[in-house]
Design a protein around this ligand. Structure first.
Ligand code: ADP
Ligand code: MG
Ligand code: ZN
Length: 476
């Protein structure tokens, strides 16, 4: 039997505020355990939470960027459960009345082209702490630095049909949250985490099958692998005539498989009820409008603009807008140049190639956008040729020097002097009588051989725009 996967994703994104959602403790990552805590976030009796206004503004921004309908009134509930990383005994979360609903993201995949994935809801909540288990001392310790860090949870509709679509949706969402600057997107630090709900149904059937939930997947690669594995596992279970058990499973990256964590029987009854310490969250038009005004250009809009403004292909514009940092780098580099296409090619191949080999992010590129611009201007103004530019670039990476200075120091200026180039052309022709004869009998493919020889004679510095017509005439 053929099965169709049905997938819905829940993403927890940490909002980039300096302080926690209900107290003024710092949210800084990597501090000593429990350094960022106070009576509020450690759940001491008698304290009162105060909602962080900026966290709400960031949440509104995320809701607008994902085309959600924002509820003018939402509410914070208590989600009750006992666990040592949750000192209050409940997590403050929005449940019955979330901040926004009914949004969507548009994704593009090879298999299904353009497709809208519905967003059921976005709600605000506080994060829990972290247990650190020390098997050597058979002890567990708790770090409450993360307790009370503001999160939004973005719940998708069960519209996703493959691991590829899930990956595209998550990358898109991740990119948007970084573009609007409300989440740093750091997956290793847990700023962007995903749970995946997966079920199968016989192809053509409407009703959904029983789902399993994969918890806390923290890299795009793991998520795609885990979903692929889970689809195959469920297909096997069903094709054997057995039923899928509703349960929570974990991805084990070392074994490349999912393993059961807890079943439905162990599911919590959270006994949600409105938090009596917090008033309903009322959002007026002025607040929403103010956030809307700060909204930067989103990835899709930037891509379309790049295609139009810089005459780039969809693919190139897609690469260049894949992160905000790269898009900004390209625009800065291309700004003063006439040849935008050349700037795009340099950034995509030479610059990204160098960064990839060195394994450094563009934000830490040793060569700045201004420096790339200066280098490409040297080509545009005929000071150096493309050959020399590559040499200069490598030296820029190595020495962090200005391109002009490197050109001077290494004597890489392009040779554009016609008489000098003419004599080089003549020498090459005289030194290669056989090739010259062959060329003259119609072997015009040899042209690049002659060009290469002239380049060699001039140490790669000849201006090809002058050499080409010279060679053509002299070879006639
Ligand atoms: P819970 O609160 O228990 O996690 P929700 O109803 O809020 O459950 O759903 C969570 C996610 O699971 C949503 O993204 C939803 O789209 C998805 N989902 C619900 N039912 C199914 C199903 N049968 N198969 C796959 N995904 C599902
Ligand atoms: Mg869930
Ligand atoms: Zn605190």
């Amino acid at each position: 039997m053929q099965f169709e996967p049905v997938i819905g994703l829940e993403v927890h994104a940490q909002l980039k505020t300096k302080t926690k959602i209900f107290c003024s403790c710092s949210t800084e990552f990597g501090k000593p355990p429990n350094a960022n805590t106070c009576p509020v976030c450690t759940g001491m009796p008698g304290v009162l939470p105060v909602l962080n206004r900026l966290a709400v503004s960031f949440a509104i921004k995320a809701c607008l960027a994902t085309h959600c309908r924002i509820n003018r009134e939402s509410r914070f509930d208590r989600k009750n459960y006992f666990y040592p990383d949750l000192p209050k005994g409940y997590q403050i979360s929005q449940y019955a009345a979330p901040i926004a609903e009914h949004g969507f993201l548009e994704i593009e995949t090879n298999m299904s082209g353009l497709k809208k994935i519905g967003i059921t809801r976005i709600h605000m909540e506080e994060d829990a702490g972290k247990l650190i288990h020390d098997p050597a001392r058979s002890k567990s310790m708790v770090d409450l630095n993360r307790t009370g860090v503001p999160l939004i949870e973005i719940v998708s509709d069960p519209d996703i049909r493959s691991a590829e679509e899930a990956g595209a949706y998550l990358r898109k969402l991740h990119n948007i949250l970084k573009y609007i600057d409300v989440c740093d997107g750091n997956m290793e630090e847990g700023s962007f985490r995903c749970d995946a709900n997966i079920s199968l149904r016989p192809l053509g059937k409407k009703e959904f099958g029983t789902r399993t939930e994969l918890k806390n997947l923290n890299s795009f690669k793991h998520i795609e692998k885990a979903i692929t594995y889970e689809i195959e596992r469920q297909a096997y279970v069903l094709s054997e005539g057995n039923s899928v058990i509703q349960e929570t499973r974990l991805w084990d990256p070392s074994k490349n498989k999912t393993v059961s964590m807890r079943g439905k029987e162990e599911a919590h009854d959270y006994r949600y009820f409105p938090d009596p310490d917090l008033v309903p969250l009322i959002l007026d038009e002025t607040w929403i409008k103010a956030v809307e005004k700060e909204m930067p250009e989103l990835p899709d809009a930037k891509l379309s603009r790049f295609v139009k403004q810089y005459a780039l292909s969809d693919t190139d514009a897609g690469v260049l807008t894949s992160t905000l940092a790269l898009a900004d780098f390209f625009e800065k580099a291309a700004g003063p140049l006439k040849d935008k296409k050349q700037a795009a090619n340099w950034v995509m191949t030479i610059l990204l190639g160098m960064l990839n080999t060195k394994g450094i992010p563009i934000t830490e590129s040793p060569v700045t956008a201004e420096a790339v611009s200066k280098l490409l201007l040297l080509i545009e103004n005929g000071k150096i040729n493309a050959n020399a530019a590559k040499t200069v670039f490598d030296l820029m990476v190595e020495t962090l020097k200005d391109p002009e200075r490197i050109v001077q120091e290494k004597g890489l200026e392009q040779v554009s002097d016609v008489s000098e180039l003419e004599s080089a052309v003549m020498t090459v022709i005289n030194e290669n009588p056989e090739e010259t004869a062959a060329y003259r009998t119609g072997k015009t493919k040899l042209f690049s051989f002659f060009m290469g020889q002239v380049m060699k004679k001039t140490k790669g510095k000849a201006d090809p725009k002058i050499v080409t017509p010279l060679l053509k005439t002299k070879l006639m």
